[in-house]
Design a protein around this ligand. Sequence first.
Ligand code: NDP
Length: 454
Amino acid sequence: MSSSYVKDLMVEVKAKNPAEPEFHQAVQEVAESISLVLERHPEYRAAKILERIIEPERIITFRVPWIDDQGEIHINRGYRIEMNSAIGPYKGGLRFHPSVNQGILKFLAFEQVFKNSLTSLPMGGGKGGSDFDPKGKSDLKVMRFCQAFMSELFRHIGPDTDVPAGDIGVGGREIGYLFGQYKKLRNEFTGVLTGKGLNWGGSLIRPEATGYGAVYFAAEMLGTKNQTLKGKKCLISGSGNVAQYTTEKLVELGAKPVTLSDSNGFIYDEEGITREKLNFVFELKNVRRGRIKEYTDKFKSAVYTEIDPKMDHNPLWDIKADCAFPSATQNEINAKDAQNLVKNGVYVVSEGANMPTTIEGIEIFLDKKILFGPGKAANAGGVAVSGLEMSQNSMRLPWPREEVDNRLQMIMKNIHKTCVTMAERFGTPGNYVNGANIGGFLKVADAMIDQGVV
Ligand code: NDP
C-alpha cells in the first residue's frame, strides 16, 4: 500500500497529536508494516482499525501534590494512558523520570498494545507514570510521592480493569509503596500491580524476565543461522533492571558482556563482566543506588567514558562486538550509531528497551540484513511474566521458579516464531519489525471487529 496511505495517516496523526514526536515515530513504524496487511485485508481498513488503535481509549492526567521530609510542598503530574482493552485489561508499566510527558507515555502505551498481543496472554495495552525523579531521593521521599500518586490512580485501576507494573524509575521499592497505598485505600488485597515482592503476591522470575527474555530472543534469532550466544562479545546499555538481567543471562550462556551505562557515561570492561563483577553492580545500583562510574574504581580492567549529550553519536556503540542489547531508553541508537555498530561487526541487535533505535537506525539494520529484534518482540518477556503473575494471583497459587522460566522461554520462542511467520507471509522474510507489528496487530484487530465499534 501505498506509502500515500501512511503519509495521509501521519499528516492526521501529527495534526491531532502535536508536539508528541515519539508517538509519531512509533505510529509511523507500525503503520508502514500494517499497510502490508491492509492491502490484502480491506476489511480492517474499512473498519478503521488502525485509526482506532491510534486513539487512546482514555487518558487520565492528575495532580500529585506531596510534602517532603523538610516540609516543602512539591507538585508533580501523574498520567495513565489506557490505550486498548480489546483483548484484556489495560496492562503496562509506570515510568518515573523527569522526561515523562503525555507523548512519551502514548508511544509506550501504543507499543504495549502490540507487545502484549504478541505474548498470546489476555492483556490490553496501557502505560503511565510521572515527571517525578526518584534518583538520589530518600526512601521516605519516594514513599510519600508513591502514596500521593496512588491516592488518585487507585480509582482508575483494578485487577480486571488496569494492572500497572514497573518501568524506568519504578522498581520493587516503588511497587511496594504503591501497592501498600492501594491496599489501604481499597481495603482489598488483589493483584492490581505486577512486579510485587515475593512474600506478597509477586512472581518468581518477574525481576529477571525482561532481560532474560531479550537474551532468549537473541538466541532464537541466532538459532536461525545455526549459531549460539556462546563466546559472543556483547554491548549492553543501561545498568537498571533490564540491563542487569540481560547481563546475568548472557554470562550464564557463556557470552561475554563488556559494557554497561547510565545517563552519565559507560564502562567498557574488555575482559568481560563476570558473575562476581555483576554482583558488585547489583549492590551498586539496587542497594547503594550509585553511579556506574564506580565500577572502574573496583575493577581495573574497565575504563569509564563520560557521555557528552552534545555528541552526534554514542561511543558505546562504536566498540567492536557481535551483539548489542540496548537496554536504557528510547532513541539511544541513531543512524550514526547504527552505522558504527554494523561497521564494527555487530550482527545481532535485541532491543531490551522500548524503541531504542530511531527510524533511520532501523532502516540501516534492515538494509544490512542483520538480525534485528525490535523491542515489541524482544522485550516482551517482562510483561509476559507480569501476565503469569496475574494468573498466579487469580489462582492464589505461586508457581516454582523453573515453571515460570520454562513458560517465559516458551513464550519468547513463540513470539520469535510469530515474527518469522508473519514477516514471510507478508512478503518480507527476515524482517522482524514487520513480523512483530503484524503479529501483534492481527489479534487485536480481529477482537475489535468482533466487539463492534466501541
Ligand atoms: P531502570 O530505571 O531500572 O534503568 C534504566 C537505565 O537506563 C538506568 O541505567 C538509567 O540511567 C538509564 N537511562 C534512563 N534514561 C536514560 C536516558 N535518558 N539517557 C541515558 N540513560 C538513561 O529501567 P528499566 O531497566 O526497567 O528500563 C529500561 C528500558 O527497558 C526502558 O526503555 C523501559 O521502557 C524498557 N522496558 C522495561 C521493562 C521492565 O520490565 N522493567 C519491560 C520492557 C521494557 P540513570 O540511572 O542515569 O537514569
